[in-house]
Design a binder for this molecule. Structure first.
Ligand SMILES: [Zn+2]
Length: 889
């Protein structure tokens, strides 16, 4: 029989296994019978420009875990992969590349050629990110991979736009948008980052027509030129006389009204507000309410336009300086004080975002938001963890029109054609040749493209073929779980729920699972500027993919951020080695029995019964935790089981049981197989590579023998398609017995180390086991081996007198004496026993109080009885220790 290699080598394993799984079609739902119940996840599509970061690892690990478990549970598991065209990000990268290579701007190159270059770029680099997802072990069905700009998805986008337009949900309007002067496009709220920066608050006087003035303050004086009102609180006595009058815009002398609005906070600043609906979102709302003019004083490159009068053509910041200087000269200023600004900056370009009114396409999101709210409130979409329901409600209840047009070239071009002759609009899914209104051929398509979130909002159903009623759409929609970062709950998740309600009359998934951010070891957000970014590829090269996956999967709780520690990754690499070594021990022990040793009926030892009981418990726990999305806790428990119970205790005990060969050894090999096999199954969704490789080694090794030991359903071809384990029989009483033995071993080990007994030295022991004498006697060899006792001088008897100069271990009605003659310092032993006695008395005191409290009446009888039994045991130990102390006196 070929031996398992000494160490697990993830370098030579991961890629090989991945290819093998994929070639065998196991990533496809068709790997399961045609009538299997589907389990579907749509991947949150990474940007086509993306480079692998910890956020990707997090979502891939979680979703792959869910998919692999469902597959093992017999579900037709489908994980639909894909990438997003990422409008701005991609366009910027290609622009930079063209500037570097051709020294031409996108305008010089022209739209058509620019798009050709971008598609070439996509072909060349677009698969980088998906290759990296593969390295993470993502078991996606790559034959179903989609791209947000592919033909099918483009059809879905046009269909969605046209339907919404016809329903009156899409309209064109002047509105305040986040304008990026550098990128020359509107950007979404997600693409704006706020930074605290030093600035000024400028106080000045608004001259009132007919005399007097109102003091106001602003952080952006250049917007004064676009003011269309000054607002005060209706109850403010300082300004009461001015309400209804007009005042004059500094330097322009344009007359504007003084209005009253309860929105104004009397206590803040001067208590009066300048209102600039063209350049401030709050002012825009007030302007709408009062029917104020909207004046836009800026061009799209953030220079001032003709509305700025003498300041036209100036840069916005130069205008700020010049206007303030002119106002000072005109004696209109009051003061300029230092002030910390919250400056909106473009996430991509870095320049200051300008709220600007422009003509854009909008989605009236309110009716759809109502559907989104309903879907969560009536329980059809469940959000995990549920504290995010509040966030959901808050967003959707306060939803604003969604600006969907972007002044970019890379994206879904808006399917609207303008007629040069009649001015009419043609909105259609297929490119028209004539104006729908007048029939003219002089039509031109809107130059803008749609916000990337518009297409990703359709993702769960467009990737399955919508608007066609494809077999995939019929079978796999709605999907099951949407797993993503909590930071895009609104931007993406809400939009999917809203558009699914509209277009599919259904929810797109029944559960939203939100994960947190991966932070550095010290809890800092990873950022390139801080230099604390950990590259997942480096970690995988150093420790293996499984170690990284396991660290992220077990390091946190749903919805909470996680601090990534390399020590943890290293210790999880050791866990992979521990698994390997346990399997290696098993495979090397297979020659301890043969098929002839198979007993007619299994005769389990106490240890066998204990580990089988623990296994059943852990399977039950894992299922319960996983069904509640508590993957971290489930993983930690299986880890503890495999490392603690199995490797540290059962494997050690098995060494004794294998010793004599025969039926006992055969049964031990069967138990080893079952427990290790099931543990590997439970761990496979977390750490797919090492579990599959180990499982294959086990399978081959067992199959190469005549032992006839195999999983109940036989050996599957691979672990990835093996069955999820079912709980087996339990033996609670035997399990408790083994745990007493284990406590005794731990006690003896501690006493040995306290008394500095040489690790290799075998010592004598007397175990006064009372009613448990037979049970302990049956485990005599195990006890001797685990505690390093001299078997010839090991007495297991119902009762015994304490020998002189012995260490006493009191474990309830079982007492153990270690006659460490010459090795024990009596005064130290007295000290130790006194300490132990004090501990015991405290426990007894606590428990007695508990049993005299209302607990004894209210708690279930079985629970109370258990506590009473514990008290009896503690009191027995107390008596024993007291006697022992007395004898030493
Ligand atoms: Zn026309």
């Amino acid at each position: 029989m070929p031996e398992m290699p000494k160490a697990y080598d993830f370098h030579s394993t991961e890629e090989r296994l991945y290819r093998w799984w994929e070639e065998n079609g196991w990533f496809k739902p068709e790997a399961r019978p045609a009538d299997a119940k589907p389990f579907v996840i749509s991947i949150p599509p990474p940007n086509v420009t993306g480079e692998l970061h910890m956020g990707h690892v997090m979502f891939v690990a979680l979703e792959d875990l869910m998919i692999r478990r469902a597959r093992m549970q017999g579900r037709a598991a489908l994980w639909v992969p894909g990438v997003d065209h990422a409008g701005i990000a991609t366009q910027l990268q290609v622009e930079k590349m063209l500037m570097r290579t051709l020294e031409e701007t996108r305008e010089e190159i022209g739209r058509e050629r620019f798009l050709e270059y971008t598609w070439d770029w996509k072909e060349k680099y677009g698969s980088y990110i998906t290759k990296q997802l593969r390295r993470l072990g993502a078991s996606c069905d790559w034959d179903r991979e989609r791209f947000t700009l592919d033909e099918g998805l483009s059809r879905a986008v046009r269909e969605a736009f046209v339907r919404m337009y016809r329903m009156g949900l899409i309209y064109q309007a002047e509105y305040l948008v986040n304008w990026s002067p550098g990128l020359q496009t509107a950007v979404s709220d997600l693409e704006v980052e706020y930074s605290e920066e030093p600035g000024f608050l400028y106080y000045f006087n608004y001259p009132v027509a007919g005399g007097g003035s109102i003091p106001v303050a602003t952080t952006r004086p250049e917007t004064i030129l676009g003011d269309t009102a000054v607002a005060v609180h209706p109850d403010d006595e300082r300004y009461q006389a001015f309400i209804g009058k007009t005042c004059l815009v500094p330097m322009l002398n344009r007359e504007i009204p003084i209005i009253a609005d309860e929105y104004v906070d009397m206590a803040f600043g001067t208590g009066a507000l300048k209102i600039t609906p063209g350049h401030d979102p709050n002012d825009f709302e007030i302007g709408k309410k009062h029917g104020l003019d909207i004046i836009n004083v800026m061009n799209r490159d953030a220079t001032m336009n003709h509305h700025a009068g003498p300041y036209a053509e100036m840069d916005r910041f130069a205008c700020r300086e010049k206007l303030w200087a002119d106002m000072e000269a005109a004696d209109l200023t009051i003061k300029k004080q230092n002030y910390t600004l919250n400056v909106p900056r473009s996430q991509r370009g870095g320049e200051i975002i300008e709220p600007l009114v422009s003509k854009q396409w909008f989605v009236d999101a309110e009716p759809m938001a109502k559907m989104g709210l309903r879907a969560v409130h009536n329980g059809r979409v469940k959000i995990v963890p549920d504290r995010f329901v509040k966030v959901w409600d808050n967003w959707l209840e306060n939803i604003r029109p969604w600006c969907i047009s972007r002044q970019l070239w890379w994206g879904h071009r808006i399917p609207v054609w303008y007629c040069a002759d009649c001015g009419g609009l043609t909105v259609t899914t297929t490119d028209p040749t004539h104006c729908e209104v007048c029939g003219s051929a002089h039509i031109e398509q809107d130059p803008d493209v749609l916000d990337t979130w518009f297409s990703s909002g359709l993702w769960p159903f467009s990737t399955l073929g919508w608007p066609e009623q494809t077999p995939d759409l019929l079978r796999f929609y709605p999907t099951d779980v949407m797993e993503t970062g909590y930071d895009i709950l609104f931007f993406w998740v809400a939009r999917m729920v809203m558009s699914a309600a509209l277009f599919t009359n259904d929810v797109p998934f029944h559960t939203v699972y939100l994960h947190g951010l991966v932070r550095d070891e010290n809890g800092q957000k990873m950022s390139k500027t801080k230099g604390n970014v950990t590259d997942p590829l480096h970690v995988m090269n150093d420790y293996g993919t499984d170690a990284l996956r396991f660290t992220l999967l077990t390091g946190g709780t749903p919805g909470n951020d996680l601090n990534l520690s390399m020590d943890k990754v290293a210790s999880n690499r050791n866990f992979a080695n521990k698994i390997w070594n346990a399997a290696r021990f098993v495979t090397r022990s297979l020659n301890r029995a043969s098929g002839e040793d198979q007993p007619a009926a299994a005769e389990y030892t106490t240890a066998d019964k204990w580990i089988l009981t623990r296994l059943a418990d852990i399977i039950k726990q894992t299922d319960r935790l996983m069904d509640n999305y508590l993957y971290g806790e489930a993983g930690r428990q299986v880890y503890d089981f495999l490392w603690g119970d199995f490797a540290d205790w059962y494997v050690e005990t098995a060494k004794v049981q294998l010793e004599g060969g025969g039926a006992r050894a055969w049964t031990t090999l069967a138990v080893l197989q079952r427990v290790l096999d099931h543990s590997l199954r439970l761990l496979h969704p977390y750490i797919p590579f090492v579990t599959e490789e180990t499982w294959q080694q086990l399978k081959q090794a067992y199959q190469a023998t005549d032992l006839g030991i195999a999983p109940d359903e036989g050996w599957a071809e691979a672990l990835i398609v093996a069955d999820w384990p079912q709980t087996g029989q339990t033996y609670p009483e035997a399990a408790a017995d083994y745990e007493r033995l284990r406590d005794l071993v731990r006690g003896i080990r501690a006493a040995r180390s306290d008394n500095k007994v040489e690790p290799a030295k075998k010592i004598a022991a007397i175990v006064a086991a009372g009613e448990k004498t037979a049970v302990f006697s049956a485990q005599r060899a195990t006890l001797a081996f685990l505690a390093r006792l001299d078997e010839a001088n090991l007495q297991i008897v119902p009762t015994a007198d304490a020998p002189e100069a012995a260490v006493t271990l009191a474990l309830g009605d079982v007492t153990c004496y270690l006659p460490l003659a010459g090795m024990v310092d009596l005064s130290k032993e007295k000290e130790r026993l006194s300490g132990e006695l004090a501990d015991l008395e405290q426990q007894i005191d606590r428990l007695s109080k508990l049993l005299n409290s209302p607990f004894a009446e209210k708690a279930p009888t079985a629970v109370v009885q258990k506590e009473r039994d514990k008290l009896v045991q503690l009191q027995a130990s107390q008596t024993e220790l007291n006697e022992r102390l007395a004898s030493l006196a």
